[in-house]
Design a protein. Sequence first.
Length: 255
Amino acid sequence: MTTQTTTQMTMQTTSTPAGGPMITEGKRQRDAARRARRQARMRRARVLLIGLTGVASAIITACQTTDAVSTESWTSRDGRTPADPLATMEPTYAPAAAPSLTMSIDALHTAALDELLAAADSNDPLLLANTIEAMKPYAEGIRPVIRRGLVADNRGVRFVAAMVAGQLKLHETTDLLDPLLLDEHDSVRAAALYAKTQLGEKVDLSPLALMLESNSAEVKGNAAYVLGELGEVSAVPMLGQAMGRGLSRESGTRA
């Protein structure tokens, strides 16, 4: 009994635990598989890198070859340079003559004036006012348009017409400017004062100072514009007062 027990204990002590070799072998196989997969990925990466490098080299070589070929005249297989086929082709049509650029300045001048006169017949006040401004270079055609503008119903048209009449010094409009000195709209009166002054007539400009105190931004702005166009040094203090600050007559900056 004692001998049998001792033998069993000895066998249990010296024997390998059940499943031990199998566990170790499985771990080795898994590690080997991981290493194989890692090596395979590395090989694929190297192949891809080599392939990309080869493609880039091929593109560079092709570009260099194209540049070299383009700098040399091409030849046929027998070494002869063929004639330019385009040079030997007979034209199948007669080229159109170049457009003439000899249209006179006077013709262009007349065409532009005709367009403006057509626009001046519009009943649109904005279009008429803009046409009067645009016609300032055309003194020979603007006079009837100015006269029409001075009696227009729209105060904006009357204002523009009076200003342009003064800028162009159209003395024949003075009779139409007189009623505008009493116009119901301050801006139109300001333009009439400007025109009369430009025509050499003596007029009282003091109403412009009162207009600078107006609560209307339109009236105040137009009065300041008229005073600026007149270029009167005496207007500087009035403008400064309207802006609430003094101005230097020499520089127009804050005193």
